[in-house]
Design a binder for this molecule. Structure first.
Ligand code: NAD
Ligand code: LMR
Length: 328
């Protein structure tokens, strides 16, 4: 092995997303080729056996970069020395369940995990929360980790970002790679705002290449409600595409975003674009030197302003709700 392995802790490792994620991490797609990785799998006691089965399969792949696998049901053990924390384990939304119902069900999981990260993770730990409601779960984890820089806690909107790229590419019949500067603003929920007023296709503003009715009545709701549509179709929430987005998020965080483009991630607001400080909200971001930076200086038109404000208001409500529950 050329260097000390990077320790990646994955919670909910025996779940659907875990199964789609772990093999890609072990193959080098998360950190980059040439970077050895040690996996730490956290599960609840009832699912440890299943995690052991996944670990056997990981062994059977003989991945050259995989330096070892640890399995635990104790967050304090699982996060020991972690450089990357992928907080996936949560109760997935099932048919007919509202996201608000998830706040209380999941809030209790993320406090202890945040504290375990605070007390045991490596100094450079970076955390991506995938488990829903992801933005607010990230806020809860962050609140329990006062010794970790707040900016190290992020939530995933990269799946929404990728969905937006794919929908627009399909509409304009262009390769996904021709689209730059896509942005998801706000919450990973149906209020999210996928923004075509800053996105560019072939160097021209995307919103000017589609009609307003499609943008407002098809594109935005299709992207924002895609998670629910997948649950309806599959009878389970998205898994492989969510794992793919988690890989994209952490890969870009560590290795940087390409010149001339940006991506979307939910990061702690510094007050940019009128988003109250501290809310973990999705923004246009670039990654430089291993840190996310919110892209500054974009003009926000009135339509976009209204959409961003609505999603941010939902985040503020969620913060208020978990604060009332004593989870912050
Ligand atoms: P799943 O039910 O298949 O797996 C979840 C796993 O988490 C289970 O194995 C469970 O035992 C484990 N778990 C539960 N509590 C735990 C705890 N306290 N510690 C460790 N592990 C624990 O669910 P899934 O399909 O893998 O989805 C996981 C989460 O990701 C859900 O909340 C889902 O809504 C969310 N999700 C988010 C996005 C996104 O874009 N942000 C996309 C898809 C799914
Ligand atoms: C998704 O966007 O696919 C998921 O967040 C949906 C969900 O509620 O689990």
């Amino acid at each position: 092995m050329p260097q000390t392995p990077v320790k990646v802790t994955v919670t909910g490792a025996a779940g659907q997303i875990g199964y789609a994620l772990l093999f890609r991490i072990a193959s080098g797609q998360l950190l980059g080729q040439g970077v050895p990785v040690r996996l730490s799998l956290l599960e609840i006691p009832q699912a440890v056996k299943a995690a052991e089965g996944t670990a056997m399969e990981l062994d059977d792949c003989a991945f050259p970069l995989l330096a070892g696998i640890d399995i635990s049901d104790d967050p304090n053990v699982a996060f020991e020395g972690a450089n990357v924390g992928l907080l996936v384990g949560a109760r997935p939304r099932t048919k007919g369940m509202e996201r608000g119902d998830l706040l209380e069900a999941n809030g209790g999981i993320f406090g202890p995990q945040g504290k375990a990260i605070n007390d045991h993770a490596a100094d450079d730990v970076r955390v991506l929360v995938v488990g829903n409601p992801a933005n607010t779960n990230a806020l809860i984890a962050q609140a329990h980790a006062p010794d970790v820089p707040a900016a190290r806690f992020t939530a995933m909107t990269r799946l929404d970002h990728n969905r937006a790229l794919s929908q627009l590419a399909g509409k304009l019949q262009v390769p996904v790679a021709d689209i730059k500067k896509m942005t998801i603003w706000g919450n990973h929920s149906a209020t999210q705002y996928p923004d075509l007023y800053h996105a560019e296709v072939g160097g021209k503003v995307a919103a000017e290449q589609v009609d307003d009715a499609w943008l407002r009545d098809t594109f935005i709701p299709t992207v924002a409600k895609r998670g629910a549509a997948i649950i309806e179709a599959r009878g389970a929430s998205s898994a492989a595409s969510a794992a793919n987005a988690a890989i994209d998020h952490v890969h870009d965080w560590i290795n940087g975003t390409p010149q001339g483009d940006w991506t979307s991630a939910a990061v702690p607001s510094d007050g940019s674009y009128g988003v109250p400080e501290g809310l973990i909200s999705s923004f246009p971001v670039v990654s430089k030197g291993g840190a996310w930076e919110i892209v500054q200086g974009l003009d926000i038109d009135p339509f976009s302003r209204e959409r961003i404000d609505a999603s941010v208001a939902e985040l503020a409500d969620e913060r208020e709700a978990v604060s009332r529950l004593g989870l912050l």
